[in-house]
Design a protein around this ligand. Structure first.
Ligand code: DCP
Ligand code: MG
Ligand code: MN
Length: 363
């Protein structure tokens, strides 16, 4: 139960790992406290320290010279190196509510709002959460597989999951393009889940709606086949094939249209360990924008979206848009005109930023 959420294991060999771990905890606490400004500061510092794989930063003086580390965090870094502790984190952990908050936010499907509400109503442990009447089936699975879902896998295992999916998809439809995105595409050594997109070559099926119907059927058949085989172990978002007796037409009748299926999978080489898997179908014309979005990482996406906004554009998973009408709080009032969505490279070009390889997008 002490398992902290989204804090990576110390397998990295990074000499700054202790600081990275403690700063990640602090980021979680500030996220839970809705202090996004501080949370972001810790996240940036973590991103920077992850790049420092060859030298140990030991003093505030050295730390402050690094990108994204200010005076306060630099001092905290030195404190951690000298004492192996953070007074701030110790203080957070002295309150049982804060520890509970961190544990609960590690449950798949539980966000800060729900975690805060539960803690306010006395929930302290995963067992307490299991007894909640408002627990969703998805959250129950999140608790039952808490450790699995909070532990990253080596990229070789991610590849095994990906290959299994790709083989089935392309057997069903030899025209499909199947790619593994997220941390895997960024060439990270460890991946939190498997992110897969399925699409068709641009122009093969010019009618987008027809392309989507075709892809939806492929996705559904894939899910049914792989669930029967025992590779897919549960559904988290999207139809549960077991609930429909693995009957594709029955599922289609019941759920109609959908463009994503989230669940879990397990491979023979590590059988019984469940990994989170996200399958997404993409309109062929949106492949560039979707690749950009789904490659991440999250912080890179936020940065490039903000930059697009400053240049008068709006960047989404669907494309780069111009002339988007915005309200007082910068909220979108209209979609605007599509400028580019087919090519990732073109989106960089139009934004006048040099293309960044996926492995250069881990911030
Ligand atoms: N994404 C995003 N904002 C979110 C969630 C996701 O921009 N709130 C994008 C960027 C991510 C990509 O989707 O890189 C995939 O999401 P994941 O949560 O799977 O994140 P990663 O694959 O980057 O990391 P991990 O190894 O933890 O899965
Ligand atoms: Mg991922
Ligand atoms: Mn994912």
């Amino acid at each position: 139960l002490s398992q902290p959420h989204k804090v990576e294991k110390t397998e990295s060999g990074n000499p700054n790992q202790l600081v990275i771990d403690i700063f990640s905890h602090l980021e979680n606490h500030y996220t839970a406290a809705k202090d996004t400004f501080r949370a972001l500061a810790y996240r940036r510092a973590v991103a920077t320290l992850k790049q420092e794989t060859d030298r140990k930063i030991t003093t505030a003086e050295e730390a402050i010279k690094l990108k994204g580390i200010g005076e306060h965090l630099a001092e905290q870094l030195q404190e951690i190196v000298e004492t192996h502790h953070s007074e701030r984190l110790d203080y957070f952990h002295s309150k049982v509510e804060n520890v509970a908050l961190e544990v609960l936010m590690g449950i798949y499907g539980v966000g800060p709002a729900k975690a805060r509400r539960w803690v306010g109503e006395g929930v302290r442990t995963l067992e307490d959460a299991l007894a909640r009447p408002d627990l969703t089936p998805q959250q129950r699975i999140g608790i039952e597989h808490y450790d699995d879902f909070n532990t990253k896998m080596p990229r070789a295992e991610t590849q095994q999951h990906f290959e299994i999916v790709k083989t089935v998809v392309q057997k069903l439809d030899k025209d499909t393009i199947v790619e593994c995105m997220g941390s895997y595409r960024r060439k990270e050594e460890f991946c939190g889940d498997i992110d897969i997109i399925i699409t068709l070559p641009i122009g093969l099926e010019p009618d987008t709606e027809k392309a989507l119907v075709r892809l939806r059927e492929v996705l559904l058949n894939t899910v049914v086949i792989l669930a029967k085989q025992g590779f897919l172990t549960c559904a988290l978002t999207g139809p549960d094939p077991l609930a429909y007796d693995y009957n594709v037409s029955r599922i289609l009748d019941a759920v109609g249209s959908f463009d994503r299926w989230y669940g879990a999978s397990t491979v023979p080489s590590n059988y019984g360990v469940w990994r989170r898997i996200d399958l997404l179908i993409v309109p062929p014309d949106e492949i560039g924008a979707t690749r950009l979005y789904f490659t991440g990482n999250g912080l890179f996406n936020r940065t490039i979206r903000l930059l697009a906004q400053h240049k008068g554009f709006s960047l989404t998973q669907h494309g780069l848009f111009r002339d988007v009408a915005r309200g007082k709080r910068r909220e979108k009032l209209s979609e605007g005109l599509l400028v580019e969505s087919k090519s990732e490279h073109r989106i960089f070009d139009i934004l006048e930023i040099p293309y960044r390889e996926p492995e250069e997008r881990s911030m």
